[in-house]
Design a protein around this ligand. Structure first.
Ligand code: FES
Length: 85
């Protein structure tokens, strides 16, 4: 079995590297966009990677509006992309 931290995105299993944030792991895995803008429907994803822009908001373990760039991946974490706004 490959080494890494297992987590899932939209019900699919992936491996993160130790120390990766949710945003960095998802970008590496090409899991973009994170969501679509609720008004103009443009695709959205991480921009600043340091907790300022809020473009990386995502649902983590059932909690919406989490900043993916600030959250380290932990084993068993479940991420959902709110692709409808
Ligand atoms: S990428 Fe800017 S707050 Fe997360």
């Amino acid at each position: 079995m490959a080494e890494g931290i297992q987590f899932d995105v939209d019900g699919n299993a992936f491996l993160a590297q130790p120390g990766e944030t949710v945003a960095s792991a998802m970008l590496r895995l090409q899991l973009v966009p994170f969501r679509f803008h609720p008004v103009d429907t443009s695709p959205r994803g991480p921009f600043c990677m340091m907790g300022v822009c809020h473009e990386c908001l995502i649902e983590v373990d059932g909690k919406p509006g989490q900043q993916a760039c600030l959250l380290p991946v932990v084993p068993g974490m479940s991420v959902r992309r709110p692709l409808n706004g």
